[in-house]
Design a protein around this ligand. Sequence first.
Ligand code: AG3
Length: 280
Amino acid sequence: MRDIVFIERDPYAPIRHCYTVSKILYQGKSEYQEIQVIESPEFGRMLVLDGVVQVDEKYEFLYHEYIAHVPLFAHPNPENVLIIGGGDGGTLREVLKHDVVKRAVLVDIDRQVIEISKKFFPSLSVGFSDPRAIIVNEDGYKYVQDYENEFDVIIVDSTDPVGFAHVLTTEDFFRFVHRALKEDGVFVAQTESIHYHLEMVRTIQQRLKKVFPIVDLYTSVIPIYAGYWWTFSIASKKHPVRSPVRDVNVETKIYDKEMHEHAFLPTGFYKKLVSGEYKY
Ligand code: AG3
């Protein structure tokens, strides 16, 4: 029997991932992008947007626990959280593990992604039925401009910054985010890999530094994203971010206090990386 294979179309990576697939569960097109759900014997179900793998069932925690718990535990009282993107629900699920969260607004431009996730990824989409969750189908870039001093934590869980997600890495957007955050707010965004997207990481870090007094970078290793050594850019108006400031009282697979502290790059390397002194 011959394998069915799925070759990822990642516009930024110099290599191509090729997955063995046991089933194609869904293929369609929304107003914004091509959506596929495929099943792999190794990774479980995978969500693919415009040819790029976004989540898999097996390793999604390595992304979602990092993107949600680092900013939320760096904040003493994150009651109001805004998630931009994240239509699969994985980040929302992690955010809602915090009892202090009173309201989590998820703004995803593409309603279809949410519907697909509810149908094919029940373990990711559990949070959609939580009474604290508010789901908005709008453009996050526009949505955030309507708020001032509103959110404790803002998380950007977007696709790669090509196409319509590109605006979510501009200096303008970071200024809107800064204004929408309360005076001690924390911001985080997924910002691609150190290996294949170093220039992009650097540019985003430099833009954030123009807007926020505290900017830092932490990483996780994500086997389904070409580049693997994946970065999260974090920016804070007041609180230091390298350690949790509350007891870690949520159930996780990997996140804990030590993990939080280890996720940050050593300061010397971080400085070289952002200044451009570190290159391959
Ligand atoms: N969003 C970030 C996916 C980036 C993938 N990029 C890539 N493989 N080049 C993931 C959404 C999970 N909630």
